[in-house]
Every structure is written in structure tokens, then in C-alpha cells.
Design a protein around this ligand. Structure first.
Ligand code: SF4
Length: 401
């Protein structure tokens, strides 16, 4: 296909595709799907080789959020039966982080529910970051605490944070349909603050909330403009008890097309498959590794992922290798430009932020635009694969790592 040759050439040159080209990727047929994956895979391997970066989520504070993000199981009024707890102590967080690092992760993403941190919360998280860094040499730490006030990004950076995650989640045009308690502009402002403070910016999206192809392309082009070092792509997990629980819009093929489009638009950026990987890609996960160069190991914020050991076996079986602590994630030109992820030779990188579609969304929480409550179930949706997290941080049970 001429389209794919053009997109590969542009990806290798870091040239932005046109909106029409991005839309055309989302509109490709199943007959062309493997060609799309192969083309985007060439771009992925050009910038990231066969490496897969592993990230590990630690939910520092779970549930009871005053915000109303409709995709999120921790939102105001959520009926989801998730774990709810207040701030983990620094040693508890460090212990949780150590499990992920022992499993092969090089980055720990510290996430807390809430609109944004108070200055006291920033002190608390700063202490946690220092404890984790003292106890785990070389670890990259990303914070995801919601909207930042002036000066807070600088304080987190001074405490040793390498990255900050805050996702745009969806297009500016549809943002008001999924959240009313803060705005798209608030989210852009926080990503900009993190960037300005020298933190590696991590910002991504949630697909499957009932958005159009044009919305998906809009948010990905907006992300390219913000120039984060990493882009987590969440696939909505329609958790029972949230407004978007009926939005089962995704197929494995749709997820692959979305990841390919993100790779073509953001060719040299860490593209991370985040929440919803197991639920929506299912047995097609190994193909998605040809598009994304980063995943989360183990569980998400409020839902379970597949076993960490299974993640590692999948990476090896598909011919990829886990990125080591001493390897720089990002291509050289992004490192020298001061980009975060990867700019910390072997010790910082990335992005974090409300993983799990809950606050930033790298993890689980899903939601869908307010389009009514009609069920939107695609054939073959596997609702049985959604399980609430009951182990790891905030419990006495061993984490999945
Ligand atoms: S996404 Fe974050 S801010 Fe929004 S409801 Fe969930 S925890 Fe709160």
C-alpha cells in the first residue's frame, strides 16, 4: 500500500503524517492489518530495536477521589468494588516497588487518586521517592498525582522524580463529556509544568470510550504537539460501577490499528500499552509488541493484569528482550534534547501518572462519553477477564510481579 510506504518513510524521518493518513490507518481492513503492523513495526524497530521497557505501578492512595472522570473506578460516586486506602508509608511503597523491580521492571510509577496533591502530599511523596531510590539503586521513578500547582513539579524533581505522568485521555472536543470537575486545559497545563521543571513528560490517552476516529487522531496529534517522552495507550476497561461500564467497543484488531496510528504519529517516543492490554488485545498481545516498546508488568491500579511471569514469557516468545536498567530508553536525539525518559542514563526515564485509567490513566478505569446507557458490546468482548485487584499495595498479599 502506498499509504504504508509513505508512513514508514515519514516515521523514519520523524515527520508528522497528515491527519488523513492517520485516519486511513484506523480505517484499514482486516485484510491489510498484518501489513499495517509490519509497517509500524519497522518504525518501532528503527527507534527502539527489539527492546521492551517494563514499568511497575504502585498505587499510593486508592479510591475516594472527588473528581468525576467517568472512566475511573476511583471517581466520585463510583460503585466499583475496588480497594480503598489512604497513603502508603514510604517503606510500604518501597517494598511494593522492589517486587516490580525484582520482576524486571526498570521504572516505578507512583500513582495517587485525587484532583492533585497538596503541598503536604508533595512532601509525603518526596519522602517516598527518596526511600525508593535509596533502597533500589538505578530505579527510575515517575509520579502521577493529578493536577500540579505552581512549584510542585520542581519540588518533585528536586526529590529525585525522573518523570511525571498526566494523560490528556481524549480529544479537547469530547473532554467535557467524560469529566466535568476539571478541564482539558487543566491537563495540558500540568503536562507543561512537568516539562518545564525538567521532568520527563508522560502523557497518553484512553481508547474505547465511544470516541470517533477523528477524536482519537485529535488527541494523538495534540500529544505530539506537547512532545512527551512517553505515551501510554489505555484501552478502556469498563469497570462495573462506573458510568462507562457498558462501553465494550474494542476488538484486538481495533487496538492494533490504534497502536499503529500512535506509532506513526509519535515514531520516536516510548509508546506504552497500558490498562486494558489483557482484556482487549488478549491473545494478540504479542503482535502489539511490534508497535509499542513498553508495557506495565503485573497488575494495574485497581484491576489485575496477567501474571508477571506470563508477561516475561510473552516477550521472550515473541523474540523481544526486556530493556535492562543500564540501557537508555529513548533515541539519542531525544536524550540530548533533554527529554526525560531515557535521558537518565540508566536511571530515569519516564512517565507515570495516573496509571490505570484512573487519574491519568495508565491502568484501569474506564469510562465513556455521556452517550446514554445503551450497551455497546462488540462481538467477542471478554467481560470475564476483568478482575478487581485484591493483592499487592494496600493489602497483606504478595503483589503480582
Ligand atoms: S482519573 Fe484521577 S482525578 Fe479522575 S476520578 Fe480517577 S483518580 Fe480521580
Amino acid at each position: 500500500m502506498d499509504l504504508l510506504s509513505t508512513l514508514v518513510d515519514k516515521g523514519l524521518r520523524r515527520e508528522t503524517p497528515t491527519r488523513e493518513e492517520a485516519l486511513a490507518v484506523l480505517a484499514t481492513s482486516d485484510d491489510d492489518l498484518l501489513d499495517v503492523v509490519a509497517a509500524a513495526g519497522k518504525v518501532r524497530r528503527h527507534w527502539f530495536g527489539w527492546r521492551v521497557k517494563l514499568n511497575y505501578l504502585v498505587n499510593l492512595k486508592s479510591g475516594l477521589c472527588p473528581e468525576d472522570c467517568s472512566y475511573c473506578s476511583q471517581r466520585l460516586g463510583s460503585k466499583a468494588d475496588i480497594l480503598k486506602y489512604t497513603w502508603l508509608k514510604p517503606d510500604q511503597a518501597s517494598q511494593a516497588a522492589a517486587a516490580g523491580l525484582a520482576g524486571g521492571a526498570k521504572r516505578v510509577c507512583l500513582v495517587a487518586s485525587g484532583r492533585g496533591p497538596t503541598d503536604r502530599d508533595v512532601d509525603r511523596v518526596s519522602e517516598t521517592i527518596k526511600t525508593i531510590k535509596d533502597q533500589n539503586e538505578g530505579v527510575e521513578v515517575c509520579a502521577c498525582l493529578g493536577l500540579l500547582s505552581d512549584g510542585q513539579a520542581e519540588r518533585l524533581r528536586a526529590a529525585g522524580a525522573d518523570a511525571y505522568n498526566h494523560n490528556l485521555n481524549t480529544s479537547e472536543a469530547t473532554y467535557g463529556d467524560i469529566t466535568t470537575t476539571h478541564t482539558y486545559a487543566d491537563r495540558v497545563d500540568t503536562v507543561t509544568k512537568a516539562h518545564a521543571a525538567g521532568l520527563s513528560a508522560c502523557s497518553g490517552l484512553i481508547a474505547g470510550m465511544g470516541e470517533s476516529d477523528a477524536d482519537l487522531v485529535d488527541v494523538v496529534f495534540s500529544l505530539r504537539e506537547l512532545d512527551p517522552d512517553s505515551v501510554p495507550v489505555n484501552f478502556l476497561i469498563p469497570m462495573e460501577g462506573t458510568p462507562l461500564s457498558a462501553e465494550w467497543n474494542l476488538t484486538p484488531q481495533r487496538c492494533l490499528r490504534i497502536l499503529a496510528m500512535v506509532r506513526f504519529v509519535c515514531p520516536d517516543v516510548e509508546v506504552r500499552i497500558a490498562g486494558g492490554r489483557e482484556v482487549h488485545l488478549r491473545t494478540m498481545q504479542p503482535l502489539a509488541l511490534h508497535l509499542a516498546n513498553s508495557i506495565f508488568l503485573g497488575d494495574y491500579l485497581t484491576s489485575e493484569g496477567q501474571a508477571g511471569r506470563t508477561d516475561l514469557e510473552m516477550i521472550a516468545d515473541a523474540g523481544f528482550e526486556v530493556e535492562g536498567a543500564g540501557e537508555v530508553t529513548l533515541p539519542e536525539h531525544r536524550v540530548t534534547a533533554g527529554g526525560g525518559c531515557g535521558s537518565h542514563t540508566g536511571e530515569d526515564a519516564g512517565c507515570g501518572g495516573h496509571a490505570e485509567a484512573g487519574c491519568g490513566s495508565q491502568g484501569v478505569c474506564g469510562s465513556a462519553p455521556a452517550q446514554g446507557t445503551d450497551e455497546q458490546t462488540v462481538p467477542g468482548a471478554r467481560k470475564d477477564l476483568v478482575s478487581v485487584r485484591r493483592r499487592g499495595a494496600g493489602t497483606d498479599l504478595a503483589p503480582n510481579a
